[in-house]
Ligand binder design. Structure first.
Ligand code: HEM
Ligand SMILES: *[C@@H]1O[C@H](CO)[C@@H](O)[C@H](O)[C@H]1NC(C)=O
Ligand SMILES: *[C@@H]1O[C@H](CO)[C@@H](O)[C@H](O)[C@H]1NC(C)=O
Ligand SMILES: *[C@@H]1O[C@H](CO)[C@@H](O)[C@H](O)[C@H]1NC(C)=O
Length: 480
């Protein structure tokens, strides 16, 4: 008779517990988890994963893990067991099966700061409704009728303030441009007005908290960001009240052309929901595209041949405009002619990787290429690792916009189908077309009006958001 038998007889509870333990262990054994390790308790390998590195690399953590374990491996990140994927096929599979096999799952701190109604954290029907509203506001039709004009106006507002031979931060300028544009398009706030400037200042504090560790103590960046969040929401709410009064006074006669006016009229969202929607659109639409524009300025500075080719493309467009007797404004036809510019944009996003990975979790046990992904585990599709894969892109570290050119041979499908700068599936970036339009129009006026060079050496780093430590200081020469 063994020693534990009487013990088990004594307590059926212990027996049940023991049985469950054995069974779960056996179940785990049957699972063929991808290789990898879990690192430290709780922290896991998060510190190594988030270690700053150049934006044009995938970072030491990814490089080492991929060479040791392959493109799919397991780890422990952000406090949870995680499957990391650097596999283009698995990444696509994950994004396409949103809501069925996988679901968006950002860390709690993101929801705390962006709000529980933010599009980034919502799932299911509520996400679908908010997405419809956003897509409506960023549709191709609106790009043609409203946004192209606004994008150009805001580009010129920023570029016309640039002075010959003085050093300034290109990143600041790009941020000014995208912020002004979003504030205008979302709630008709005019650049330069005191309320807009106040919003911009608060927003900077807010962003510092988004990228910081979520420690809610007095003095931390996270706590300050939570405070900024309520100031920002206050500003937006005041705008809402103004608007409600206006609509009331003139008995629905005013056609408001911004997002705020539209949601107030056409949707039955609560005030709290509208505030989070607007804040998350401001966030999603401002940070990403300003970084992309800064990266383009940076990469192009190191590639005079591409600037030359861009200048030819845009000079031709400008000449055509003149021939037609059109004064200054770009139209949709002009935009469609910016073919090489689109190659530059793709290459900037491929090499710079503005959004490096997204957060998902498995909704059930999933088998992929012989590996098991257990239900409830976090899953991180890492786009960067795919975009810098030498098997997919020749000399991936090189800025080579010509790789996107449609030559006589058919385009390489492996390359385009593994390229996911805007994510994919039902959560594909709602603003991808706007983002490309912003970059293209900015480039148009940049190459036609300026020569630029770096005033000091600077580099794009990942902290884990892409950022230039010195703000990319440049000096320009105005072309006449
Ligand atoms: C170069 C610039 C941009 C990049 C690289 C980018 C990238 C992304 C990515 C990768 C996602 C997917 C996130 C996920 O699946 O978890 C996303 C979502 C989103 N983006 Fe962008 N984005 C950019 C610009 C913009 C702009 C200008 C807007 C305009 C407001 C915008 C609005 C959104 C929205 C609303 C979502 C959420 C979509 C949803 O959940 O259904 N983005 N973006
Ligand atoms: C630009 O400014 C620098 C000093 O900041 C000066 O040495 C240089 O001569 C200036 N160049 C031109 C073209 O004005
Ligand atoms: C595309 O490129 C990859 C890697 O360079 C290569 O393996 C593949 O055969 C190419 N496909 C086509 C259709 O050219
Ligand atoms: C840029 O990438 C997109 C995929 O996001 C692709 O559809 C498009 O054809 C590419 N553009 C060029 C010029 O290759």
């Amino acid at each position: 008779m063994s020693v534990i038998e009487p013990l088990l007889l004594l307590s059926p509870a212990i027996l049940t517990f023991f049985l469950i333990w054995v069974l779960s262990k056996r179940k785990r054994k049957h699972l063929n988890l991808p290789p990898g390790n879990s690192g430290w308790p709780f922290l896991g390998e998060t510190i190594a994963y988030l270690k700053p590195h150049p934006a044009t690399s995938m970072g030491e953590f990814m490089e080492k893990h991929i060479s040791r374990f392959g493109k799919v491996f397991r780890s422990n990140l952000f406090g949870e067991p995680t499957i990391v994927s650097a596999d283009a096929g698995l990444n696509r599979f994950i994004l396409q099966n949103e809501g069925r096999l996988f679901e968006c799952s950002y860390p709690k701190s993101i929801g705390g700061i962006l709000g529980k109604w933010s599009m980034l954290v919502l799932v299911g029907d509520m996400h679908r409704d908010m997405r419809m509203i956003s897509l409506n506001f960023l549709s191709n039709a609106r790009l043609r009728t409203h946004l192209l004009r606004e994008v150009e106006q805001h580009t010129l507002l920023v570029l016309r303030s640039w002075k010959e031979n003085t050093s300034f931060s290109a990143q600041e300028e790009a941020k000014k441009f995208t912020f002004n544009l979003m504030a205008k398009h979302i709630m008709s706030m005019e650049p330069g007005k005191p309320e807009s400037e106040k919003l911009k200042r608060e927003y900077i504090t807010f962003m510092k908290g988004v990228v910081s560790a979520p420690l809610d103590f007095p003095g931390t960046a996270y706590r300050k960001a939570l405070q900024s969040r309520s100031v920002i929401l206050g500003v937006i709410e005041r705008k809402m009240e103004e608007r409600r009064h206006k609509v009331h006074d003139i008995c629905d006669e005013v056609e408001e052309d911004d997002l705020l006016g539209w949601v107030l009229k056409q949707s039955d969202l609560s005030t709290e929901q509208i505030l989070d929607l607007i804040l998350s659109l401001l966030f999603a639409g401002h940070e990403t595209s300003s970084v992309a524009i800064t990266l383009a300025i940076f990469f192009l500075e190191g590639c005079p041949k591409a600037v030359q080719e861009l200048r030819e493309e845009h000079l031709a467009i400008a000449r055509f405009k003149k021939q037609e007797g059109r004064e200054s404004k770009l139209n949709w036809e002009d935009y469609k002619k910016m073919e090489f510019t689109q190659c530059v944009i793709n290459e900037t996003l491929r090499l710079g990787n503005v959004v490096r990975f997204v957060h998902r979790k498995a909704l059930q046990n999933i088998r992929y290429k012989g590996y098991d992904i257990p239900c409830g585990w976090k899953v991180l599709p890492v786009f960067t690792a795919v975009h810098l894969d030498p098997l997919l892109y020749n000399e991936p570290q090189q800025f080579n916009p010509w790789r996107w050119q449609k030559g006589p041979s058919p385009p390489n499908m492996t390359m385009t189908s593994s390229f996911m700068p805007f994510g994919g599936g039902p959560r594909l970036c709602a603003g991808s077309e706007l983002a490309k339009l912003e970059i293209a129009v900015f480039i148009h006026h940049l190459v036609l009006n300026f020569h630029w060079k770096l005033a000091e050496p600077d580099n794009a780093l990942v902290f884990p958001f892409v950022d230039f430590p010195k703000g990319l200081p440049i000096k320009v020469h105005i072309l006449t």
